[in-house]
Design a binder for this molecule. Structure first.
Ligand SMILES: CC(C)(COP(=O)(O)OP(=O)(O)OC[C@H]1O[C@@H](n2cnc3c(N)ncnc32)[C@H](O)[C@@H]1OP(=O)(O)O)[C@@H](O)C(=O)NCCC(=O)NCCS
Length: 201
């Protein structure tokens, strides 16, 4: 068993979609929840890898991708890049669901129509401009690799002179909350269903 962290290649994209789906129910497999297996990845993984391949890192076990970390150094301009380069073709593909349709697929399609709006108000976004997503399949969890992925991502942000980052986690994902707190993230915003954590470097 050998874990490695390496840079992203475009041939990893299918695996990103798969890992995103298999960890998409508050850290557990969401395959049975979504009819369209690509929706979660369209929103939470692929746009980052496509727009920021230099900020996307892959965790492999015996050369097979089993996890990733990805994100952006500037959440505000990332929103605009997604509006220009990523969401238009998805909005063509997926019609906007009815307002009262709250099925899991519809919920993500509605997010696709909202875009990746920053999770912090402007003043806090200036303080914590970067954000990330991290997902590891069960076979790679609990062995120190999440922490290594986070610090690989932070080292890259430091190279880019980024001072701090934030991330959002659903309140149902208790394990991820314990993980973020253990590695030094501080709670900076409390929403009804999620918490935003921040870290300054
Ligand atoms: C959350 C996740 C990224 C954590 O990565 P991981 O590789 O499992 O965590 P690590 O082994 O690197 O743990 C790092 C530290 O956090 C602690 N930790 C991790 N999970 C914990 C938990 N559930 N409870 C208490 N401590 C925990 C570890 O004990 C370790 O502490 P140490 O540095 O003192 O040894 C990973 O489990 C995962 O991808 N889960 C599924 C997807 C998900 O929930 N993603 C986050 C969405 S917001």
């Amino acid at each position: 068993m050998e874990f490695k962290i390496r840079n992203y290649k475009s041939s990893d994209l299918d695996k990103l979609y798969e890992i995103c789906l298999k960890t998409g129910d508050s850290g557990k497999d969401a395959s049975m929840i979504y009819k369209d297996p690509f929706l979660l990845g369209h929103y939470y993984a692929a746009p980052y890898a496509v727009i920021h391949p230099e900020l996307t890192f892959i965790l492999t076990k015996n050369e097979m991708p089993i996890g990733y970390i990805l994100g952006t150094d500037k959440s505000e301009s990332f929103y605009h890049k997604c509006e220009e380069f990523w969401f238009p073709k998805l909005r063509d593909k997926y019609p906007l669901p009815e307002h009262n349709d709250d099925s899991p697929d519809s919920r993500i399609i509605k997010l696709i129509y909202n875009g990746i709006l920053p999770k912090l108000p402007k003043n806090m976004l200036d303080e914590y401009p970067a954000h990330l997503h991290i997902d590891i399949l069960p076979e790679g969890q609990g062995q120190g690799m999440g922490k290594k992925l986070i610090f690989t991502f932070i080292d890259k942000l430091k190279e880019l002179n980024v001072p701090a980052l934030h991330l959002e986690v659903g309140k149902r994902n208790k394990d991820a909350i314990k993980f973020y707190e253990k590695i030094g993230f501080k709670q900076i915003k409390d929403y009804e269903f999620s918490i935003v954590y921040g870290m300054k470097f």
